[in-house]
Design a protein around this ligand. Structure first.
Ligand SMILES: [Zn+2]
Length: 158
């Protein structure tokens, strides 16, 4: 189960809708399975990423587009890690959007996933978020959906 506030979810939805038709992405900072802070990042997907890992990508021509791929630059992950450590938090998940696709991990998502993180995916159709689901890898490296618990924002005491 992944726990986040309604305000945090609202922040993710806004970012996903504003990034449409490209994928948005970012990190979830918190402790355990509780999100304390959303850390938006740029989608740094480029042609170089796809050329660096051709085995991960299907051969469709669109696979080199930020409309169906995302990447978070290592520099941005380091910045988030540094901030999280100072704040007594950790990176607990990665989120991204699927423009005009279901909120279900792709084969690429699975290939690059780490089993310690939650993977929150938002589906955006015509600039509106229509679904969001969170996923974690099981022991066989298959994604299983995890429950999302959305808390009223004012009830959280930090
Ligand atoms: Zn994806």
């Amino acid at each position: 189960m992944l726990v986040l506030t309604a305000a945090q979810l609202g922040q993710l939805i806004t970012q996903a809708q504003n990034s449409y038709p490209e994928e948005c992405c970012g990190l979830l900072l918190g402790h355990g399975k509780t999100v304390e802070q959303i850390w938006p990042t740029a989608n740094s997907w480029t042609l170089e990423f796809s050329q660096a890992m051709p085995e991960l990508l299907p051969s469709e021509p669109q696979s080199q587009s930020r409309r169906d791929h995302f990447a978070i630059a290592p520099r941005e992950i380091l910045q988030a890690q540094k901030f999280a450590r100072t704040a007594g938090l950790a990176i607990i998940g990665i989120y991204h959007s699927h423009p005009d696709h279901p909120a279900v991990p792709s084969e690429y998502d699975r290939a690059i996933a780490w089993d310690i993180y939650s993977y929150l995916i938002l589906s955006v159709e015509n600039r509106r978020v229509t679904a969001y689901h969170s996923w974690t890898l099981d022991g066989a490296r298959q994604f299983q959906e995890e429950t999302l618990q959305i808390q009223p924002s004012q009830s959280r005491t930090l």
